[in-house]
Design a protein around this ligand. Structure first.
Ligand code: NI
Length: 167
């Protein structure tokens, strides 16, 4: 396994739309393993392939307390959504920024697992938020883009300042 570098907002590569995975093979299983290691090390609760500059529809998530329930989604698609929840979100690509975003309370998602087998998952609460946040990444959207232009401008300025300090 290997740790992968994570792109930082506003890197334009975060806006690429990820391609559908045609075949779940060894290279995809290796990507999933590397992404999981990178997510746990960060530490984070979700990571989309887009964030490690691989533009394929692959997501890993683990919202469990003890980091024991890794979920991997290849070609995830939301089939149904209902309700609304407002949750404070963060993102490994937008370090230090936490903002409230409105999402669906419940989602039903279908995807392929690491063996290429299809599955359906019904999720609510934090897991539902995380699934929506990560699928947004695959579509080239970062969570701050759900916020007002004014807030997005402030966040960009704050991140640019951070980058200058740490450079
Ligand atoms: Ni994110």
């Amino acid at each position: 396994m290997a740790l992968l570098p994570i792109l930082r907002y506003p890197d334009p590569r975060l806006h690429k739309k990820a391609a559908v995975v045609e075949r779940v093979d060894e290279s995809i299983r290796k990507l999933i393993a590397d992404m999981a290691e990178t997510m746990y090390e960060a530490p984070g609760i979700g990571l989309a392939a887009t964030q490690v500059d691989v533009h394929k529809r692959v997501v890993v998530i683990d919202v469990s307390e003890d980091k024991s329930k890794l979920l991997a989604f290849v070609n995830p698609e939301i089939l149904e959504r209902s309700g609304e929840q407002i949750c404070e979100e963060g993102c490994l690509s937008v370090p230090g920024i936490y903002e409230k975003v409105s999402r669906s309370e419940r989602v039903k998602v279908c995807a392929l697992d690491p063996r290429g087998e299809p599955f359906i998952l019904e999720a609510e609460g934090l897991l539902a938020v995380c699934i929506q946040h990560e699928i947004d990444h695959l579509d080239g959207k970062v969570f701050v883009e759900h916020l007002s232009q004014l807030k997005q401008g402030r966040i960009k300025a704050k991140l640019a300042k951070q980058a200058r300090i740490t450079a």
